[in-house]
Design a protein. Structure first.
Length: 217
């Protein structure tokens, strides 16, 4: 199953041809996410999350073709700052604003603000399972979307770099690993991760990618 899905989704035309099926397919939910979740995240059930009254946020997993018509998706490296998620790898996104009609609008607005991609060029595929982020007390809603051409990125101050990842690399199990982490909120902790384009992707972003990977397989 892995080999077939990997080879099929390499070509962006094939990816687009399966979008209607992706819209209807059953999500893996927490079972899929927890395959790449840090142990600290496993301590939070629905009741504990609700009691924390988390702030709402949304992110966008954007798929597009590269110059070889291979399916890619976008990750960003956050700028360094004095905060919880400094320099981490993530999807474009952020907290909901009063002017946003809904969380989908939040994801699209933040994508435009952070990397300069207009929402008119993006088609949303579907909403994925919410991810709770304990260190910053956010409940983030991921959305999958696509556009038909590679974007011309225009970064704002929140983003250090854009990272173009081949979808076939996400689908390849060899890129699942673990790493010992030291951060402002945990020390000497082994966490599961994806290693993509020489970047370590862990935490909430890895959990989202794990669900996307299960959906595509």
């Amino acid at each position: 199953m892995f080999v077939k899905s990997k080879l099929f989704f390499v070509n962006f035309n094939n990816f687009k041809n399966k979008i209607e099926l992706l819209k209807e397919a059953k999500l893996g939910g927490l079972d899929a996410q927890f395959k790449l979740a840090p142990k600290m995240r496993l301590n939070y059930d629905v009741d504990k999350i609700r009691a924390k009254n988390p702030r709402r946020a949304a992110v966008l997993a954007l798929f597009y073709p590269n110059i070889n018509n291979e399916t890619c998706f976008l990750l960003t490296q956050r700028a360094s700052y004095k905060g919880t998620h400094s320099a981490q790898i993530s999807f474009p996104g952020g907290k909901i604003d009063k002017k946003d009609k809904n969380l989908k609008n939040t994801a699209l607005r933040e994508t435009f603000e952070e990397v300069g991609i207009k929402d008119s060029s993006i088609e949303i595929i579907r909403e994925l399972t919410d991810v709770y982020i304990p260190p910053s007390n956010f409940l983030a809603t991921p959305f999958m979307g696509f556009r038909n051409e590679k974007p011309n990125f225009k970064l704002n101050y929140e983003v250090e770099n854009t990272i173009e990842v081949l979808l076939k690399d996400l689908l390849n199990d060899i890129n699942i690993s673990s790493i010992n982490m030291n951060t402002s909120y945990m020390n000497n902790v082994e966490v599961p991760c994806f290693k993509l384009n020489s970047y370590v992707v862990w935490g909430a972003t890895a959990m989202m990618l794990s669900e996307i990977k299960e959906l595509l397989k």
